[in-house]
Write a protein that binds this ligand. Structure first.
Ligand code: PLP
Length: 226
């Protein structure tokens, strides 16, 4: 059985939620960028979402993105793809060639590898520092108490173009506490970008100042089992 998904309707409804949450928070809806997360779905679904007008996407695996995006970008040259999953240093070259934004800078070795690759490729990508706001052992991200020093290292020592901070709150906790913490850290560091909020909580994230929301399921439907 093939599942029919109305991608245009899903997109419109997510965008309307973002606009409502923005207005309620006294923010301009245009100040929030929707990142449509197509991970785990076949490329044809991303193509359908592109056809519905969406241009900013997120993928969490370098290899999956390499399989999907060169062909999609050939047809939609203004599409932009954010890396939102962990990046191994041995995949930095591929990632820098393929992605437009790296949202998951989370450790010195990766930051150093990115700085070197930006240097040698001449391609500079906006970077977000991923903060493990819940200090979860299994989760990527710099620990909150180490974030200020790591941000300083990325910006001042390595010269990375740090655009902001990113977090994935623990699933079983009130996300607003984590969004507030991330906003506070960004403010302290003079950073404007805040990547936070997923299908379950993006309107809350917008009310806490998110500038990027990463929404998968609400647009693409449930991810197929892998
Ligand atoms: C999968 C994923 C998302 C999207 O999650 P949904 O709940 O499907 O909206 C957002 N951010 C990251 C980092 C992800 O891995």
């Amino acid at each position: 059985m093939t599942e029919t998904i109305d991608f245009a309707a899903n997109l419109a409804s997510v965008k309307a939620d973002i606009a409502d949450a923005a207005r309620q928070a006294g923010r301009a809806p245009e100040s929030i960028t929707l990142v449509a997360v197509g991970k785990g779905h076949p490329a044809e679904r991303s193509r359908a979402v592109l056809a519905a007008g969406q241009r900013v996407f997120g993928e969490n695996r370098v290899q999956e993105a390499e399989e999907k995006w060169p062909a999609l970008k050939a047809d939609f040259p203004d599409a932009r793809v954010h890396l939102i999953g962990p990046l191994q240093t041995n995949k930095v070259r591929h990632a820098v060639a393929l992605f437009d934004v790296i949202e998951t800078v989370d450790r010195p070795r990766l930051a150093q590898a990115l700085a070197r690759e930006f240097d040698s490729s001449g391609r500079q990508l906006p970077c977000y520092i991923q903060v493990n706001t819940g200090a979860e052992p299994q989760k990527a991200g710099v620990l909150p108490e180490e974030a200020d020093a790591f941000i300083a290292q990325c910006r001042d020592e390595l010269g990375l173009p740090v655009a902001g901070l990113m977090c994935i709150p623990p699933v079983d906790e009130e996300p607003s506490l984590h969004f507030a913490l991330l906003r506070e850290m960004a403010k302290r560091q003079g950073l404007d970008g805040l990547s936070m909020g997923m299908s379950a909580d993006y309107p809350i994230a917008v009310s806490f100042g998110a500038t990027l929301v990463r929404v998968g399921t609400a647009i693409f439907g449930t991810r197929p089992a892998r």
